[in-house]
Ligand binder design. Structure first.
Ligand code: PLP
Length: 285
C-alpha cells in the first residue's frame, strides 16, 4: 500500500512515526473513516466537517485544508487502485521531544497526519446485510466526550471482544439503562413503523451515516423519533439496526441471544439500506 504521512506518499513499510507521538503515548488524536464505492468518496464533506469539529474541541489545528484533504483522499484511492473500501485518517497532537501531559507548542510540534486505504471489494454487497448481525448489551464505560472522534478505542475494542466471546458480532453500550450506541456505530430500533434512535449529545458520536439516513428517512415520509431507548424496549422492538460509514445500514436480528422481531432483517432496515446506498452513490465525489 501507498500511505500518506505528513505531506509524503510512501510505501507503508517506510512510514515511520516517533515513539513520542502523543497519539501513541496518550491517544491524543482524532480520526475519520470514509467509505469508497465505485472509486468515489461517500459523504466526504460530512466527515471533513466532523473532523474539523473534533480538532476544534481538542484545541488542535488541522495541518491541511479541506481541499488538500480531498486531494489526498483521491490520490490514495488512485495510487492504491481502490474501487470499494475505506480511507482511514488520523491526526494526532504530534511528537514533542519528551513525554509531558502539557500540550506542546504547535509552532514547534506540528500535528502528525496519517492516511491509509483499506481495500474491501464488494463492500456494499456485504452478505451480513442479508442475514443481519447479533448484538449483546454491555455497560458503557467510555469517557464523557463521545461526540469527539478520538483514537481512544480501547473500550470499544474490549466490547467487540466481549461480543465475540458471547458468539455475537457487536455490542450495544448501555448507560443508566439506556442504549447509547454500538462499539463503532449508531443504534436504532423500529416500533410500529417508527424509527427510534438516541438524540445527539456528548453521549454519542454524531454519526455521518446517521445524519444521512435520518434525512433520507424523513424525505421518504418515514417517522423518526430521536430519543433514548432501553435494552428492554429494544428486545420488544419490531426491528433493530445500526449505521456507520463502513456498514452503511446493517440489520440487527438478535439481542443478548433473543431474536428481535421475527429474527430476520426487517423491511425498514432493508429499505433504508437501499435508499442510503442509492443516494450516497449518487452524491459521491
Ligand atoms: N458511533 C461510534 C462510537 C463510532 O465509532 C462510529 C463510527 O466509527 C459511529 C457511531 C458511526 O459514525 P459514522 O456513521 O460517521 O461512521
Amino acid at each position: 500500500r501507498t500511505v500518506y504521512l505528513n505531506g509524503d506518499y510512501l510505501p507503508e513499510t517506510e512510514a515511520r512515526v516517533s515513539i513520542f507521538d502523543r497519539g501513541f503515548l496518550m491517544a491524543d488524536g482524532v480520526y475519520e473513516v470514509t467509505s469508497v464505492l465505485d472509486g468515489k468518496l461517500i459523504d466526504f464533506d460530512g466527515h471533513a466537517v466532523r473532523l474539523e469539529r473534533s480538532l476544534r474541541e481538542l484545541d488542535m489545528d488541522s495541518p491541511v485544508t479541506r481541499d488538500e484533504l480531498l486531494a489526498i483522499h483521491r490520490e490514495l484511492v488512485a495510487r492504491n487502485g481502490i474501487t470499494d473500501g475505506m480511507i482511514y485518517l488520523q491526526i494526532t497532537r504530534g511528537a514533542p521531544d519528551d513525554r509531558d501531559f502539557v500540550f506542546p507548542d504547535p509552532e514547534t510540534t506540528p500535528p502528525t497526519i496519517v492516511l491509509f486505504t483499506q481495500n474491501k471489494p464488494g463492500l456494499a454487497d456485504n452478505p451480513a446485510a442479508r442475514v443481519g448481525i447479533k448484538v449483546i448489551g454491555i455497560e458503557d464505560q467510555r469517557w464523557g466526550r463521545r461526540d469527539i472522534k478520538t483514537v481512544q478505542l480501547l473500550y470499544p475494542s474490549l466490547g467487540k471482544m466481549m461480543a465475540k466471546k458471547a458468539g455475537a458480532d457487536d455490542a450495544w453500550m448501555i448507560e443508566d439503562g439506556m442504549v447509547t450506541e454500538g462499539t463503532s456505530n449508531n443504534a436504532y430500533i423500529v416500533k410500529g413503523g417508527k424509527i427510534i434512535t438516541r438524540a445527539l449529545s456528548n453521549d454519542i458520536l454524531h454519526g455521518i451515516t446517521r445524519a444521512a439516513v435520518l434525512r433520507f428517512a424523513r424525505e421518504a415520509q418515514m417517522e423518526v423519533e430521536e430519543r433514548s431507548f432501553s435494552i428492554d424496549e429494544a428486545r420488544a422492538a419490531d426491528e433493530a439496526f445500526i449505521t456507520s460509514a463502513s456498514t452503511f445500514v446493517m440489520p440487527v436480528v438478535e439481542l443478548d441471544g433473543q431474536p428481535v422481531g421475527n429474527g430476520q432483517p426487517g423491511p425498514v432496515a432493508a429499505r433504508l439500506r437501499e435508499i442510503y446506498l442509492d443516494e450516497s452513490r449518487k452524491a459521491a465525489i
